[in-house]
Design a protein around this ligand. Structure first.
Ligand code: T6T
Length: 327
């Protein structure tokens, strides 16, 4: 090929490439990812979101993470995502099942479709419930997780004694479900167990530790503690250890952080419930891509399951792979 022809061919190829890139970028699906708070659970979820976007291609993710738990922190970030004007989907964990309905409805009205992960709006029934606009709710069966926690704690304390629930906030579907399932099992299956709480720590581990210390003081015979999420379990577990009761007061920790697993290995925590946040994030992006491609049969509810980790299985890779590793 003569030099001039080669230059022309290269220029034409560059134009084609530029043209197809432009076409591609126009077709890109843009997703806003708005989890509940900065914590290891949502960090792992974010990895799942990013992996799915990379695996599927043609997807851009804009992430905003509230520094603290609650509608006051989450709503302005949501409003800012909507105000960008370029998003097609929002994947979010509503921090309140009622109060986040209107702001997310406003997102939908602005043309952004909503998928909820981990937590739900209304009663979580997006087919027949009071809120049906989200594409799907992808997350754990938290009532069942609460039941599993209750049975594990009851077994560890020999079926009798006083146990205490430390949780984050009322009106949060995830932890509310856990409290419900836990209380239901204790009431129906363990008449010799008395449940104290829940106390609400607003997702602050220091507050959880203070509240648990007070409960230990008032109940010197306390047999067990259920921490319903990362910071509740962390704070409550620390209070038990600081009172010199590690291994005597049994602790069940929801969420498999490295911290919870260390405590399990030391004998300060009895049982750890690992959720599957990476699956939640990954599938939510897949759902957005499928919806964008015209798929109309996406299930309105997807349960992501658990791994229940104890001292006997903690080194088994089938279980340890679900420990939250964000690095
Ligand atoms: O337990 C998770 C999540 O499922 C819950 O909705 C809020 O707390 C965590 O993020 C853990 O901190």
């Amino acid at each position: 090929m003569a030099k001039k022809q080669l230059v022309l061919a290269l220029a034409a190829a560059a134009l084609v490439a530029a043209g197809s890139n432009a076409a591609l970028s126009q077709e890109k699906i843009k997703i806003g990812f708005l989890p509940g708070v900065v914590d290891p659970f949502y960090q792992v979820m974010q990895l799942g979101v990013e992996k799915a976007a990379k695996d599927l291609g043609g997807i851009e993710v804009v992430t905003q993470i509230p520094p603290t738990w609650g509608v006051e922190a989450q709503t302005p970030l949501l409003n800012a995502l909507v105000a960008r004007g370029d998003l097609n989907y929002i994947i979010t964990a509503p921090t309140d099942k009622e109060q986040m309905v209107a702001p997310l409805q406003a997102a939908l009205d602005a043309g952004i479709k909503v998928i909820t992960v981990d937590t739900f709006l209304g009663d979580g029934d997006y087919v027949k419930g009071p809120v049906t606009f989200p594409i799907s709710y992808i997350g754990s069966d938290n009532v069942e997780g609460g039941r599993i926690s209750a049975r594990g704690l009851a077994k560890a304390i020999g079926g009798k004694g006083t146990v205490y629930i430390n949780s984050t906030n009322p009106n949060v579907s995830s932890v509310e479900g856990r409290e419900q399932g836990f209380a239901e099992v204790m009431k129906n299956e363990y008449p010799d167990i008395k449940v104290v709480g829940p106390d609400y720590n607003l997702d602050d581990p220091n507050k959880a530790a203070q509240q648990t210390a007070a409960v230990i003081e008032q109940n010197p015979d306390l047999a067990g503690v259920f921490g319903t999420n990362v910071f509740s379990a962390q704070g409550a577990g620390n209070a038990v250890v600081n009172a010199g009761l590690g291994g005597h007061v049994q602790v069940v920790a929801y969420d498999a952080t490295k911290d919870a697993i260390e405590s399990l290995n030391k004998g300060d925590v009895t049982l750890v419930l690992a959720q599957k946040p990476s699956d939640m994030g990954y599938m939510a992006v897949q759902f957005a891509a499928a919806d964008a491609a015209g798929v109309t049969s996406l299930p309105k509810r997807v349960q992501t399951g658990f791994a229940i980790i104890d001292k006997a299985n903690v080194t088994d890779p089938n279980y340890s792979r679900f420990i939250y590793k964000a690095d």
